[in-house]
Design a protein around this ligand. Sequence first.
Ligand code: NAP
Length: 264
Amino acid sequence: MGEPLSIGIIGGGGWLGRAIAEAIVDAQIVAAEHLTLSYRSGQPGFLPNATWTRDNQELADRSDVIIVSVRPQDWPAIDISADGKLAMSVMAGVPLDQLARRLNTERVVRTLPNAAAEVRNSYTPWIGSLGVTADDRNVACRILEACGAADEVESEADIDYLTGLTGSGPAFPALLAAAMMDDAIRRGISPDIARRSVSAVLIGTGKLLEARSDNPKDIVRTFLDYRGTTAAAIEAMCAAGFEAAVADGLAAALQKSVSMGQAS
Ligand SMILES: NC(=O)c1ccc[n+]([C@@H]2O[C@H](COP(=O)([O-])OP(=O)(O)OC[C@H]3O[C@@H](n4cnc5c(N)ncnc54)[C@H](OP(=O)(O)O)[C@@H]3O)[C@@H](O)[C@H]2O)c1
């Protein structure tokens, strides 16, 4: 058996960095003792057996795999050499060639998890650079699958689009939930019942979609066929521009993802 894997997460105290750190320790991909996490302001209190540092070069030197999980606007300040090691990024918009150049390694994997990594239910598209080996792919897959489902995609353009669809994705049902809750409360339902009922609808629908193989379009059609309350609601929502609003939102996310890459 080879040496145990050591992993470093730059920005390991953030939302996604923490989710990945806890997921890979729970999945026994890395022992907390072989994990290095970096922070900028105060040292977070979780994973006390990991090594915490403010020095990102120290993190890179200690790690076989370096994961960059800072916000894209903080990326220009990351000045380290990965020295040919496997580096992974979860940052929106930052392309492979820039990661390779700035981190000094040809072995780069660009990934885009989402906030559901916190509950091990991310969907993560990823793509590797030409320098990534079969072993690197295997390590990257194990790390990403500890956080949920992951798919290798064919092009960076796919990542740019999926950054909006799935990276930002959890925000969209959250937006729907907030609108439903507001409406319920406005109509006199107590905030507690509004929250519980709307959460139950979203969770239940997620499980229903997971369990059934139907296309969501067919499920919507089945609801419409009743010609009852659901059809009345769906038709009013679509007449108010629901589908166009979704398409416009996804187009705005794609444009932002591409422009963040150009600006970084
Ligand atoms: N959250 C999501 O839903 C999501 C989904 C997909 C992709 N992403 C990507 O994931 C990345 C991280 O997002 P996040 O939501 O986890 O953001 P976050 O919660 O703000 O975490 C970023 C962390 O990076 C730390 N940091 C910044 N500069 C640093 C430096 N020089 N050295 C060490 N640590 C540094 C920050 O520390 P301080 O708090 O001290 O400033 C913060 O803890 C972003 O690039 C984002 O595009 C996020």
